[in-house]
Design a protein. Sequence first.
Length: 86
Amino acid sequence: MFMELQFANITADIYEDLQEELTKIGVSISGDSGNITTKGIEGRFQRNPESDTLAIQIDKTPIILPENIVANKIIKVVERLGGTVV
C-alpha cells in the first residue's frame, strides 16, 4: 500500500526550505525528482518547477511510524512554509 500527496505553490524558495525541513523528519529529497530512502521511509517525489507543484509518494514506512503519521508531518511542514495541499 502507498500514499500519494500532491502540493501546489511550491516555489523555488519554499522548495529549498522544504528540503531542509523534511530532512529533520526523516524524508530526504534532493533535485526535482528521485527516490526517498531515509530512516526506513521509502518512496518517490517529483517536483515541477514550471507549475510549482510537488508530488510525494510514500511506499513504505517503519512499523512504528505509520504512513498517515509521516504524511501528516509532511503536510504540516508544507503548509507552514506556504505550500498548499491539492
